[in-house]
Design a protein around this ligand. Structure first.
Ligand code: HEC
Ligand code: HEC
Length: 351
């Protein structure tokens, strides 16, 4: 009987019993030791209680004790008086740094969204670089277009440089371009509102990436660099229409400047090397047949318009109104000189 009972007791149970036994023995030992120790005789607390001991006399209280208390108060007060302002001195910068850190992280996330979809590394990528170039310097992409007879065919569509888009559009306009894309072009809608795959945060991260200068790990190149890139477009356009000086250098006329800066939106087919000059406008209205003279009877008003662009819903000219919900007519005042704008305007007004 005893044997069978012992056999069913597990090691854990044996250990538990052993520990309990040690506790009980220890506790009993403590009790015995404590009870045997003689405490102070009853009644002695009347003399010994702290509140019954005599306190400092008046002399000590009014000199040493008072000075010490006041001294401590001064020290504590100066800790607060110096410490609080010292804390606030750093607080402004701390907030600036926190804000900067926030922006840097946003720009960084945008730079990842921008990468080709098959780029290595973590995080979702949406392939902006595949069409617009690794540094946003512009590129080409395949597109299928339908001609007037309903036949479809493939063309090479030029994707514009977007390393300078922040010089031409406000942040809100850039956001709208990304959310809704450009219908009828290879540029898809990216925001959920436009039917695309990106949430608001991702769109904001991309807007920040496009708007931040290269030195801050953004995409925006310097104005100087942008002007160089425009000069390349101008030279290409001059060659295309044969506007060359006797020595072969580009002859930069209003027509050439128009082709390099405006045609992709105002001339149908320009983006895939088949400009249909008389077919009307495309994304922006046709500027031919005296349209600009009617919209801007005064040349100076037109120069100003090209320089500042127009926001959605804003009136311009005689009866114009910004039709495009974000990312309509850009402002060119930053990238083109007044002289260049004047050349373009003079050319347009002759059409
Ligand atoms: C399939 C190719 C393609 C992809 C991918 C693409 N784009 Fe575009 N994007 C274009 C084309 C083409 C245009 C010019 C449309 C036109 O002709 O009006 C454009 C226009 C733009 C514009 C307006 C520029 C201007 O001045 O008119 C911005 C900004 C832009 N894209 C940003 C982006 C961003 C950011 C991404 C990635 C989320 C992206 N694009 C992905 C092809 C593409
Ligand atoms: C990214 C596309 C785009 C580019 C590039 C562009 N425009 Fe426009 N433009 C528009 C749109 C869109 C409108 C119509 C107004 C609106 O909805 O914002 C417009 C309107 C205009 C108008 C008013 C026309 C009217 O009759 O109402 C003029 C003039 C004009 N653009 C001149 C220019 C010039 C000059 C350039 C080049 C320096 C240029 N645009 C480049 C998109 C563009």
């Amino acid at each position: 009987m005893t044997m069978s009972l012992l056999a069913t007791v597990t090691t854990q149970q044996k250990l538990g019993v052993a520990i309990a036994a040690i506790f009980i023995v220890g506790w009993v030992g403590y009790l015995v030791a404590h009870l045997r120790k003689a405490g102070p005789p009853p009644g002695s607390e009347i003399e010994l209680a702290p509140n019954r001991k005599p306190y400092y006399d008046d002399d000590t209280l009014e000199t040493k004790k008072l000075d010490r208390s006041l001294g401590t108060a001064v020290v504590l007060l100066s800790v607060v008086a110096i410490g609080l302002p010292a804390y606030w001195v750093r607080e402004g910068q701390r907030q600036v740094d926190a804000q900067l850190g926030f922006e840097h992280r946003s720009i960084h996330r945008g730079s990842i969204l921008f990468l080709p979809t098959d780029a290595p590394g973590h995080g979702a990528k949406f392939g902006c670089a595949t069409c617009h170039g690794a540094q946003g310097q512009g590129g080409v992409t395949k597109a299928t277009i339908t001609d007037t007879l309903g036949r479809t065919r493939q063309v090479q569509w030029k994707a514009p440089a977007i390393n300078n888009v922040a010089y031409r559009y406000s942040k809100d306009s850039i956001r709208a371009i990304l959310v809704y894309g450009r219908a009828g072009t290879p540029m898809p809608a990216w925001g959920t509102k436009g039917g695309g795959p990106m949430n608001d945060q991702q769109i904001d991260d991309l807007v920040n990436y496009l708007s931040a200068p290269v030195e801050e790990k953004g995409l925006k190149v310097s104005e100087e660099q942008t002007k160089k890139e425009i000069a390349v477009l101008v030279a290409t356009e001059a060659k295309r229409i044969g506007s060359l000086n006797a020595d072969g250098t580009p002859n930069v006329t209003g027509e050439v400047l128009f082709g390099a800066n405006c045609s992709r939106c105002h001339t149908r087919g320009w983006s895939f090397n088949e400009p249909e000059v008389n077919a009307g406008g495309r994304y922006g209205p046709s500027l031919r047949g005296g349209a600009t003279l009617r919209q801007f009877p005064q040349q100076a008003d037109m120069v100003k318009f090209v320089s500042v662009g127009v926001e959605y819903g804003q009136p311009y000219g005689v009866g114009g109104i910004g039709q495009t919900a974000g990312g309509g007519m850009p402002h060119f005042g930053t990238l083109l000189s007044e002289e260049e704008i004047l050349k373009i305007v003079t050319y347009e007004r002759s059409l």
